[in-house]
Each structure stands twice: as C-alpha cells, then as structure tokens.
Ligand binder design. Structure first.
Ligand SMILES: [Zn+2]
Length: 322
C-alpha cells in the first residue's frame, strides 16, 4: 500500500497578502524582505492560475485554506475592499473549478489578523491566535461557525478547519469540541479534520483521531515537513541551482535524501506545510518553481511508494483503522 503524502497550503485568500498585513504587529518593523524590497500588497488572481497548473501537472493533493475576511479588508462573499467584487468571485470560481477535485477547503481564522468581536463586529486588540488561548467552547464555537459560514456562503464545502498560527493550542480540548459542534451546525457533518500541529522533528508521525464520540470523529492532521518554501520570500535568487537546493530539503533529485525520505524511512506520512506567500515569493514565484520541481521528483522517484491524498482521504484511513 502506498504511503499518503499531502500538501497543506495556509494563508491563501483572494488578493490580500496576509503576511504583509500582520507583519508590523508581529515583527514591529516595516514589511520588507531580507534583501530590502517592500512586501507586495496584492497577490493577483493570475498567480492562482499558475499554482493550479503545477498541482494539476503532478497530481498534488492536500488542503487549501481560504481566509474568509483577510485582514478585515472585505470578505470572500461581498468581495475584497478596493477591488471590483467580480475579481474576488473569479478567484473563488477558479479555486472551486480547478482545486476541488484534489484539495479540501477550510477557513483559517476570520481575518488571520485581529480577532473579531462577534457581538459588535469590531476587533479585539489581540490577534486571533492569542485571543483563542483564553477562550472556552462557549466562545470558540460561534467563532468557528462564523468562519465556516463565510465559506458556505461563498459556495465552498469546508471539510475541516485550519488554525491560524497555533489557534487553540492551549485550550485544545475546548477547541476540539468547538470544531465538532461548528461542523455539525453549519454543514451537518460528524466526520471532519483540523490542522494545528507542526511536527517536523517527529518523522514517524501520522494523523490521529483527536476525538471519537459516538458518531462524531475528528481527525488531527499534523504537518511533518516544515515550510521549506518560506525562504524564497527572502531571496532575490530564482536560478535553477537555487530552486534545486531548496527542493533537495524535501526530496533530492535521486529520491534518496531529504525530509520525505527520512519520514518514509521512519514509518510516518510526509505532510508538507506551505503558505500562499511562500509560493508567491514576493512576486518572483520562486516557490512555485520549487513546488514544480518537488512534484516532478516525487513523480519520478516515488511512484508506487507514495500517493497524493487530501485531508479527508487521510482522515478516512485513520477512521477505518478504528
Ligand atoms: Zn496562517
């Protein structure tokens, strides 16, 4: 039986560069790359087309986050502020038509920035992750319902939930109960998944059932391969040697080395973490070239040994193991 392999894409959303928008809060300085160029404000729709081409080419599967109201600048239902609503609609339509076959969709916070006061529509002073750590199921459930409703209203089936940063990690039992209730409330679903845990130092890890309670099953999908694409944000290099050197960390050209090989040897499932901005590489799209190269290397070296899977497909395997 081939081992599941998967790509989890965080921070994706129409037009807004979420990192650029929360950078100053997190880093306390102007949003710039390490080589001194300003982080771009906008990730254009054409970039999504190029991402789709590459994942289609290599049969890549996984999950694709959709931040519903990124940075609080409009949302996926009414449109992103400063752009015609058709631009947001077109982005959503491309995601639906080209990615739904091989990717699960999920929200990742509401804003991926400041937490929203659901009563007033104003913002709390804390980011969503910080805010979440002191909450209970009484406040987390409506928050997750709001996240899921945005996706439903924009025409997406959200089969799971992604945690912005480490949302809910200090109150994980409450968070788990809230995800289960929110999925039931919005989509009538008893079986779903969530992504919270990044475990690059535990190559033997596989997803696990975080909760089994009668009909309800929630599977925790961890990442086991770190975001090797991230450093393309901070480099002006786009040459083949640079692209190959980054791809090597995931899988070497001969298939004998890199994180994927280590994980397979340890008996784990290679589950990649990446971010929309890591593929965008501040407009150079070097990250997409790295993804293309990794897709090719996996296709050429690991065919039969691994099989690209969505989060739901991995969750189903865990469910069936009992
Ligand atoms: Zn994120």
């Amino acid at each position: 039986m081939p081992v599941p392999i998967s790509l989890l894409v965080d921070d994706s959303c129409p037009l807004i560069h979420v990192l650029r928008n929360h950078w100053e809060d997190v880093h306390g300085r102007v949003p710039e790359t390490a080589y001194g160029t300003r982080l771009l404000d906008v990730i254009p729709n054409a970039f999504l087309d190029r991402f789709c081409e590459i994942v289609e080419r290599w049969g890549v599967a996984g999950k694709f986050s959709i931040v519903p109201a990124p940075a609080g600048k409009g949302d996926i239902v009414r449109g992103i502020e400063g752009f015609p609503p058709e631009t947001t609609r077109a982005w959503c339509e491309t995601v639906r038509s080209r990615l739904s076959g091989r990717f699960d969709f999920c929200p990742e916070g509401i804003t991926h920035n400041l937490a929203v006061d659901l009563e007033t529509g104003e913002y709390f002073p804390q980011g969503e992750s910080k805010w979440s750590q002191t909450q209970t199921r009484q406040t987390l459930t409506p928050y997750l319902i709001r996240e899921l409703r945005y996706l439903k209203d924009a025409g997406f089936d959200a089969t799971g939930v992604t945690s912005p940063w480490v949302f809910g990690i200090e109150v994980e039992e409450e968070y788990i109960a809230s995800i289960v209730s929110a999925q039931k409330a919005v989509f009538g679903r008893d079986f779903s998944w969530y992504f919270l845990h990044m475990l690059p130092d535990q190559p033997e890890k596989r997803p696990w059932a975080a909760m089994r309670n009668g009909e309800a099953i929630l599977v925790s999908i961890p990442t086991t391969v770190p975001d090797i694409w991230w450093e393309t944000i901070d480099s002006p290099r786009t040459d083949r040697a640079f692209v190959a050197s980054i791809a090597d960390r995931a899988i070497t050209a001969d298939g004998e080395g890199g994180a994927v090989r280590r994980i397979l040897d340890a008996g784990g499932w290679p589950i990649f973490l990446s971010h929309w901005q890591s593929f965008f590489s501040n407009g150079l799209e070097t990250g997409l070239s790295v993804l293309d190269e990794i897709g090719r290397r996996i296709h050429e070296n690991l065919r039969g040994e691994v099989e690209w899977m969505t989060c739901m497909e991995m969750a189903r395997k865990i469910k069936d193991e009992g």
